[in-house]
Design a protein around this ligand. Structure first.
Ligand code: HGY
Ligand code: MN
Ligand code: MN
Length: 404
């Protein structure tokens, strides 16, 4: 059945590409590290007996034709990372899927359905501030306008794809049709499974991330000669707004909001900040609640800007609707968890995943794997080998049920 040594070795080998000084991983979409990582994963796919190709946006797709003309079962996740990320986020899902296919092949078991394993490009949104590029393309929702989004060096997604030397194909060719369902294995990145003593979990739904960029403009002036009551200090304004974000969000039980990036200009010790730019990542499984929080934060920011004669500009980077996982897939996943003798824990995902992009295309299901101390997006991210094995066994059993 599952070769856990091979899976662990693949996790280890892949994690060496983009390794940072403190043991994390910097592997951002369409960079050399990302290209090398995809080449390595392509080798794993070929060794597992999959036919490999890249689509128009660089999604790496391993295909097995199956024995009958049936809709495809699609598996996958991502291998790009956040800055200084962990070695399991995304990568585990891709490598478990490949390992499961490999073990079917080693037993000489043919699939009735075509099967595809996809390593989606740029799930995290680290480089372009706009995530899930590959899965949007497979869902057929990525637009040519989206491809004009730029990274901090002014390189567009389109140019980054071309710079990878990928064969130029039409964007419309990336949409996957004739699909039965999509299944993704992913680390939980939270503490629920660990608290319940469960190695694996069935995902009920995925909270929807909304990413906004706030730009506050005041007046850069001399720190020594400008009286306190005559300043248009963009950083003080931003600080008031950011502190209020936490207070407002705590009033909502299932919402979270994070200011992850902040830039101060001109960023001098003796200069009153003239401009501040920051991001807010806000999420909730309840979309109406998330959007209510968005309205409240924007209203408060406008009031602070008015009061302090500051200019405010808010840009939407990405808005992803929360997704509920398919009930039938959930039932198959729960059955498989029971069959390996594990307790069934069902839980929503606070993190976003490629699976969300397929909500209007085909049924989606997710299998979570326990994260030690719930840590993720951090070099300390860890999942035990025995938990990875259980996740692979659950995926294997779910595939058997789906292929009947
Ligand atoms: O941001 C997320 O939830 C995921 O890690 N892309
Ligand atoms: Mn992530
Ligand atoms: Mn992820």
């Amino acid at each position: 059945m599952i070769n856990i040594q091979r899976l662990s070795e693949h996790i280890e080998q892949l994690s060496r590409i983009g390794r940072t000084a403190d043991g994390g991983i910097d592997r951002f979409s369409y960079t050399d590290h990302d290209i090398k990582a995809n080449e390595l994963v392509a080798q794993y796919m070929k060794a597992a007996g999959l036919n490999v190709h890249y689509d128009a946006v660089g999604n790496l797709i391993g295909s097995d034709e199956g024995t009958e003309d049936l809709p495809a079962i699609v598996l996958g996740s991502h291998i790009d990372t956040v800055p200084n990320g962990g070695k399991f986020d995304g990568s585990l899902g891709v490598l478990v899927a490949i390992e499961v296919i490999h073990s079917f092949k080693e037993q000489g078991i043919e699939f009735r359905h075509p099967v595809k394993v996809i390593a989606f490009r740029d799930e995290e949104g680290t480089r372009f501030g706009f995530g899930m590029i590959g899965s949007r393309a497979v869902a057929g929702t990525l637009t040519t306008a989206d491809l004009q989004r730029m990274d901090e060096d002014g390189i567009t997604i389109e140019q980054a794809i071309a710079n990878c030397g990928l064969e130029k194909k039409s964007l419309s060719s990336t949409r996957l049709n004739h699909v039965k369902c999509y299944l993704e294995v992913h680390i939980e990145q939270g503490k629920v499974l660990e608290a319940k003593g469960a190695a694996v979990g069935n995902v009920t739904g995925i909270a929807g991330p909304l990413w906004l960029k706030f730009q506050l403009t005041g007046l850069a002036e001399h720190a020594g000669t400008t009286p306190m009551n005559q300043r248009q200090d963009a950083l003080v304004g931003a600080s008031l707004i950011i502190a209020e974000v936490e207070k407002m969000t705590k009033r909502y039980n299932s919402s979270v909001a994070t200011v992850g990036k902040l830039i101060v200009k001109p960023n001098g010790v003796n200069v009153i900040p003239g401009e501040v730019e920051w991001t807010i990542d806000m999420r909730d499984i309840d979309e109406a609640q998330r959007d209510q929080l968005e309205r409240e934060i924007k209203q408060y920011a406008e009031a602070v800007a008015r009061e302090r004669q500051l200019g405010l500009h808010v840009i939407e980077l990405q808005r992803v609707e929360p997704v509920h996982c398919d009930k039938i897939l959930q039932a198959l996943i729960k059955e498989s968890i029971q069959e390996i003798g594990e307790t069934v824990v069902s839980l929503p995902s606070g993190a976003g995943h490629d699976a969300m992009q397929f909500k209007d295309c085909f049924p989606v299901g997710m299998i979570f794997v326990r994260s030690k101390d719930g840590i993720s997006h951090n070099p300390k991210e860890f999942t035990a080998e025995e938990d990875m094995l259980k996740a692979a066994q659950v995926l294997y059993k779910t595939m058997v049920k789906l292929d009947r």
